[in-house]
Design a protein around this ligand. Structure first.
Ligand code: GDP
Ligand code: ZN
Length: 368
């Protein structure tokens, strides 16, 4: 195998200063956000009444640790993490004072008949969000460690799309892994081109891997990277994400999800994220909804930080407000001229910056 990631590399987590600065919003946007918030508040009020009614009639067991496997509207599937029922899944409501919970959340819950109740959520290591069609950010999965970015010979791989995922990964922050799937389809030409691309990312210090979900070549290496951590799979439509997930989790139809007792209502829908355990360690959260994310909520500084090989040059340009375009004394342009920064990555940086500055709508294709 040409590309073998070092585990040390995969384990290395690059923490970013989290910048949650708000963008300048115009009046129309503020109005829209206020309207959305009012609607949310009204809906939350109605939910509270319904949930408290349901919880109020139930005799509850002792408090215990659990993990959110999936959520269905106002209900959650909670897997018991301790006790006799460890590993079993229970349908629960959540106390309405809790923030919205998602797959991967660690919680404290109490069993009940027919539904239990989640009484507390534990702090999150990481949180994946995605822009809703209303323009706000929704949580979709919690406590993710690894983002598997899948590319393939077909459909064609776009370096700018990879860079967008990398910027998103650095922001969260989660460890990205770039996986070239469909290795069985590599031709003489596409092999050279894609190996060059993978070589570029490997040089930057990203783990890269070549696999085929059809022939299963490289799958043990991929699986080894996912042990003892929680991962998600992202990438363009058609690169083989579903095929890869099914190869990683044989026997599990990731889009349907299993149902345990008392689960006749609220079947798993494709829009909800669901957590799966690998039989020999590690978890994978799957949902078409988290296979793409937007970058529109990022600041220019986040985009810069998302290009990790640019970081050593931060603050070394002649002008403090250097835009790294044509300015004299630009340290970044110098690094490109010296061959220390790839010109394609520089172009990609500019393209992403432009897309977040010119448009407040999602700048990322949401094609799943
Ligand atoms: P997704 O849209 O990313 O989830 O892609 P799918 O998993 O639906 O796969 C898209 C197509 O690529 C399907 O026809 C798969 O059979 C095919 N495919 C997926 N992985 C491989 C692979 O490793 N080799 C080959 N030859 N085809 C693959
Ligand atoms: Zn500069």
């Amino acid at each position: 195998m040409l590309f073998r990631p070092t585990l040390a590399c995969a384990l290395q987590r690059r923490l970013l200063p989290s910048s949650m600065k708000k963008k300048q919003l115009n009046r129309q946007q503020l109005f829209r956000i206020q309207k959305i918030q009012n609607e949310h508040a009204a809906r939350a009020g109605r939910r509270q009444t319904r949930s408290e009614e349901a919880i109020g009639h139930t005799e509850l067991g002792p408090e215990q640790a659990g993990i959110v496997i999936a959520h269905f509207g106002q209900q959650l599937d909670i897997e018991a993490r301790e006790g006799d029922n460890k590993g079993r899944i229970f349908r629960c409501h959540q106390r309405t004072n809790l923030e919205p919970l998602v797959a991967g959340d660690r919680v404290i819950w109490q069993a009940g008949d027919p539904v239990g109740v989640v009484v507390a959520n534990l702090p999150r290591r990481t949180l994946l969000t995605r822009p809703s069609s209303f323009g706000d950010l929704r949580p979709v999965a919690a406590n993710i460690d690894t983002l598997i970015i899948v590319i393939a010979p077909l459909p064609q791989a776009y370096p700018n799309l990879i860079d967008r995922y990398l910027v998103a990964a650095e922001q969260i922050p989660v460890q990205p892994v770039i996986v070239l799937n469909k290795a069985d389809l590599l031709t003489h030409d596409s092999r050279d081109e894609l190996h060059k691309l993978l070589g570029l990312y490997q040089k930057i210090a990203y783990p890269v891997l070549q696999v085929s979900s059809k022939t299963l070549v490289g799958m043990p290496d991929l699986k080894a990277l996912l042990n003892d951590r929680t991962s998600i799979v992202v990438g363009q439509s058609g690169v083989g994400k579903s095929a890869l997930i099914n190869a990683l989790l044989p026997g599990v139809n990731t889009l349907e999800g299993e149902l345990s007792e008392g689960h006749e209502k609220g079947r798993h829908t494709t829009s909800s994220a669901r957590l799966f355990h690998f039989p020999d360690g590690g978890d994978l959260i799957d949902s078409p909804g988290i296979r793409e994310f937007g970058l529109w909520h990022l600041e220019p500084a986040d985009v810069y930080a998302g290009f990790i090989e640019f970081r050593p040059y931060l603050g070394h340009c002649k002008f403090r407000d250097c835009r790294h375009e044509l300015e004299p004394g630009c340290r970044l342009l110098q690094a490109v001229a010296d061959g220390d920064i790839d010109p394609g990555r520089m172009a990609s940086y500019r393209q992403i910056l432009q897309s977040i500055q010119s448009d407040t709508s999602p700048a990322f294709p949401e094609n799943d």
